[in-house]
Design a protein around this ligand. Structure first.
Ligand code: CA
Length: 241
């Protein structure tokens, strides 16, 4: 298994995204909150998953526990320091777990960072955003094109660290040979259409080069937000080893 990652600040003052790419754990977190709150929240969340990545074989419960731990740590840190009050972070993760000795991908999402799967030249979104515009799309009130430019497109409906809704969604699927995954913050898909992302993933076989090119194009098309990407290539036999 090989992977690559890239991140950039864009036109923002700080990079509040954090990422972790260390087999078998891949995570992108997009922090929000004034002062250094966003950076602290996303780094706290990634730190909990970093501790997972060195533990060896993981079970699905390790991931669900890590999500709860990350949430508790962010809430506790915000209570200790008034400057961090209200901070939070999205989290999208892809973790190879074992259940009854069988390897499975476990995807997790809270917020509007995304996991895509790229297979046989086609890009498909695995996660579903927790966002106001996604709710409007699902209710049939607006279309996906309108969602891209909607005034409230940055409103997330679930987040780690806020008092209230941090419930994660999970997806489980078996590894398949030759598949490629992309994890990203909204700074990528706000700037690039899915077709562009698909073309880049098809053109660059080296995951590091693909990640660099995606970030470069996002900056070139505006770079209005922090942008972070991880590209993961499964092993030839799909086992991830
Ligand atoms: Ca963002």
């Amino acid at each position: 298994m090989t992977w690559g990652s890239a991140t950039a600040t864009g036109k923002r003052r700080q990079n509040q995204d954090s990422l972790l790419a260390r087999f078998p754990v891949f995570v992108v977190a997009d922090g929000m909150g004034g002062h250094s709150g966003g950076e602290v929240a996303s780094e706290l969340a990634v730190g909990v998953f970093r501790a997972l990545a060195v533990r060896g074989e993981l079970a699905p419960e390790d991931v669900t526990t890590a999500v709860e731990t990350a949430n508790e740590q962010i809430v506790a840190a915000a209570k200790r320091d008034q400057l961090l009050a209200g901070m939070g972070t999205t989290l999208v993760g892809l973790v190879l777990v074992h259940d009854d000795d069988e390897p499975y991908w476990l995807a997790v999402n809270i917020g509007d960072s995304r996991l895509y799967r790229f297979r046989e030249g086609r890009l498909s979104q695995v996660t579903v955003d927790h966002s106001y515009v996604q709710e409007l799309v699902e209710a049939g009130r607006i279309g996906p094109v309108e969602a891209r430019t909607h005034a409230d497109r940055n409103v997330v409906t679930r987040i780690l660290g806020m008092h209230g809704r941090h419930r994660a969604d999970y997806w489980v699927f078996p590894p398949e040979p030759g598949e490629r995954f992309l994890l990203c913050s909204d700074g990528l898909y706000a700037e690039l259409m899915d077709e562009t992302i698909e073309t880049v993933l098809g053109r660059f076989s080296d995951p590091e080069k693909a990640a660099d090119e995606l970030v470069r194009l996002a900056l070139r098309s505006g770079g209005n937000d922090n942008v972070s990407v991880i590209v993961v290539d499964a092993g030839k036999d799909g086992s991830g080893t």
